[in-house]
Design a protein around this ligand. Structure first.
Ligand SMILES: *Cc1c(COP(=O)(O)O)cnc(C)c1O
Length: 412
């Protein structure tokens, strides 16, 4: 696919190639082996099994312009590059670029690839992405159309002559609606536009959008990839050299790079991603079933339940169902608030994807900036509660949820 964009500037960002086949002579390594080994060769000078954090901002040159691939740390950093190589290997990409936050991934992609044009975005996209398109990109001449994509054919009529990109998220937040990545990719490419999938909720372990036809996969590393709620970072990966060169030029020019220390922590988190995701999912499935069977619950939304309206699509395009659950408690705001005040292990907090369980009220917290009308249009009612299921012992989480439910909706 050749996107209809201007030529990219020639810029020597250190190339990040997927090295999986290099180290195995053609045998494709499993997910955890890649997560643990790619970009993590022992340090050649000391033998340190864990590569040291490279904090230096500048790199010695043997002669003018003669160096080992690094000149200045904004333009390229060894610790960051190690992380990028691992992500490229896990998303089955050829290239990956790490950013200072998930939001910096968005701003850099939109600035680099949608200049002076039009973008189509799924209507219940992450709040910060919505804010960026409507309040920032709009002031830079980028026009946006927000669309319900439950039916991917809806997108067909939204293309304009200068539509440059389509931005989707699946499952969406907080109502966990799915978008058919393969179907949207096919239509997007017929219109010579680029498809970006924000894969934060699934992580590379449960969904690989590039395999389904997406051109760029984006992550807020802050969530599952780092997984320990102690780093804000982002990453984008692609197989397309044109897109890569463009993003590499823009990240260096815009300066939206992560610190080496954060890249190192995120790489450490990444090594246990498969273990964590499996546990998030096992726990989430048990809690979703318990909620579904409970009298005080009106509706449970979890793609792994047969009752999810798009369960069949989930089985087709995802390799697992993840750790996010939303549910509607019987009653309204009062009952939701009482539930959230009474959990002992689930902490009342925004964000998601960490080892610890969190609970929040989308209408008053993560989605408070939406108008009441748009909130209700995407199903964010006052009795909706979002859970980020951690990897604690599931028996404890179940007791916590059931206790809080009994306090919130007393039996008559
Ligand atoms: C958190 C999040 C972002 C933004 O990432 P930051 O690291 O907070 O800037 C983008 N998309 C999704 C789906 C998110 O959950």
């Amino acid at each position: 696919m050749t996107p209809n964009l201007p030529d990219s500037e020639d810029y020597a960002y250190p190339k990040v190639h997927n090295s999986t086949t290099d180290i195995t002579n053609g045998h494709i390594l499993g997910f955890s082996t890649r997560a643990i080994h790619v970009g993590q060769s022992p340090d050649p000078t000391t033998g340190a099994v864990i590569p040291p954090i490279s904090l230096s901002t500048t790199f010695a040159q043997d002669g003018i312009g003669v160096h080992k691939g690094f000149e200045y740390s904004r333009s390229g950093n060894p610790t960051r590059q190690n992380f990028e190589q691992a992500i490229a290997a896990l998303e089955k990409a050829d290239y990956a670029i790490a950013f200072s936050s998930g939001s910096a991934v968005t701003t850099t992609i939109v600035t680099a690839l949608a200049q002076g044009g039009h973008a189509i975005i799924v209507n219940d996209v992450y709040g910060g992405t919505y804010r960026y398109f409507t309040k920032v990109a709009a002031t830079q001449g980028i026009r946006s159309t927000f669309l319900d994509l439950l039916d991917p054919q809806n997108i067909e009529n939204a293309f304009q002559a200068d539509t440059k990109l389509v931005w989707i998220e699946t499952p969406t937040n907080p109502t966990l609606r799915l978008v058919d990545i393969h179907a949207v990719a096919r239509i997007t490419h017929q219109h010579n536009a680029i498809l970006i999938v924000d894969n934060t909720f699934m992580s590379p372990y449960f969904q690989n959008p590039l395999d389904l036809g997406a051109d760029i996969v984006a992550h807020s590393v802050t969530k599952y990839i780092n997984g320990h709620s102690d780093v804000v970072m982002g990453v984008a990966a692609t197989k397309n050299k044109f897109i890569y060169d463009k993003l590499a030029f823009f990240i260096n020019a815009m300066g939206s790079v992560p610190s080496p220390f954060d890249a190192w922590l995120a790489n450490r988190g990444l090594k246990t991603l498969a273990l964590r995701m499996r546990q998030h999912e096992n726990n989430a499935m048990a809690i979703a079933r318990a909620l579904e069977g409970h009298d005080s619950v009106e509706e449970v939304i979890y793609p792994g339940l047969e009752s999810h309206p798009q369960h069949a699509l989930a089985m087709k395009q995802m390799k697992g169902f993840g750790g996010m659950i939303s549910f509607r408690i019987k009653g309204g705001f009062q009952e939701a608030e009482t539930f959230l005040k009474n959990t002992k292990l689930f902490t009342l907090a925004e964000s998601l994807g960490g080892v610890e369980s969190l609970a929040e009220h989308p209408a008053r917290m993560t989605h408070a900036s939406l108008s009441e009308e748009s909130r209700l249009a995407v199903g964010v009612t006052d009795n909706l509660i979002r859970l980020s299921i951690g990897i604690e012992d599931v028996e404890d989480l179940l007791v916590d949820v059931v206790n809080a439910l009994e306090k919130a909706v007393p039996r008559v």
